[in-house]
Write a protein that binds this ligand. Structure first.
Ligand code: ADP
Ligand code: MG
Length: 243
């Protein structure tokens, strides 16, 4: 359903993504782990054209493009089909929880305001924040803010939700409620690509875990295999440090 082939991204001549091949099935939960500076965020950002890749073929549903030739319309389609959850939530400070969730539906999907707000209320119910509809981000806990960030991604009804270290900015007390919401989505078979350092989430929830280093996929497999019997010495070294 989502496929990239030969994805390359350079910053200042250096290949930060050095030929990534990746396919994700509908309903699949894929977790990416790896040291920092290894290109994990850049990979997610390239799928969403937050970064413009230097080479590669991208397939999302019936959209198939050479990334260097993607038109404005292709990029908008890719963005509609991939929702992003940011480490720092990236909520609009001057909009309420309800408005943050509704905003993309109004601006990107061109829904009438009333319809977008009705959908946002449904989402607030599902993320357990119905009573916070009119709250501004500053008055919410970190965990609540990130749940709004996830709610916004849910509202988009994208093919895949891309999570970039969604719990890394949270105080420890809020981590579980955010992981809990992600587990709920996984149980509903929402297709997800998740960059995280939460190894227990990877172990419990992922269908497949990918270990990245130096802009490449070093090794991947079901969590039992990757955590239990890693093949590559680089994977073993990394796991020794984090487990
Ligand atoms: P990770 O998410 O695995 O920590 P990133 O994808 O953020 O890694 O970054 C990979 C490499 O690309 C790092 O060396 C980082 O400094 C570099 N990088 C990321 N974004 C930019 C940018 N906008 N300009 C220049 N270098 C960047
Ligand atoms: Mg990152």
């Amino acid at each position: 359903m989502i496929k990239v082939a030969g994805l390359i991204k350079r910053f200042g001549g250096q290949a930060v993504l050095d030929g990534i091949d990746l396919a994700i099935e509908q309903g699949e939960i894929v977790v990416i782990i790896g040291p920092s500076g290894t290109g994990k965020s850049t990979l997610l950002r390239c799928l969403n054209f937050l970064e413009r890749p230097d080479a590669g073929q991208l397939t999302i549903g019936d959209l198939e493009v050479d990334v260097t030739r993607a038109t404005r319309a292709d990029i908008l389609t890719a963005r509609r089909r991939t929702a992003f959850v940011f480490q720092n939530y990236a909520l609009f400070a001057n909009k309420t929880a309800l408005e943050n969730i509704a905003e993309g539906l109004i601006v990107v999907n061109r829904w009438p305001k009333a319809r977008a707000h009705a959908r946002a209320r449904e989402i607030l119910e599902r993320i357990g924040l119905a009573d916070k509809a009119d709250a501004y981000p500053a008055s919410l806990s970190g965990g609540q803010q990130q749940r709004v960030g996830i709610g916004r991604a849910m509202a988009a009804q994208a093919e895949v939700i891309l999570f970039d270290e969604p719990t890394s900015s949270l105080d420890p007390e809020w981590v579980e409620e955010v992981l809990g919401l992600m587990k709920q989505l996984a149980a509903e078979r929402q297709t997800m690509l998740v960059v995280t350092h939460e190894m227990s989430f990877a172990r419990d929830v992922a269908d497949r875990v990918i270990f990245m280093e130096g802009g490449r996929i070093v090794e991947q497999g079901p969590p039992d295999q990757l955590f239990g019997a890693p093949k590559d010495p680089r994977t073993r070294d990394f796991l020794r440090q984090v487990l």
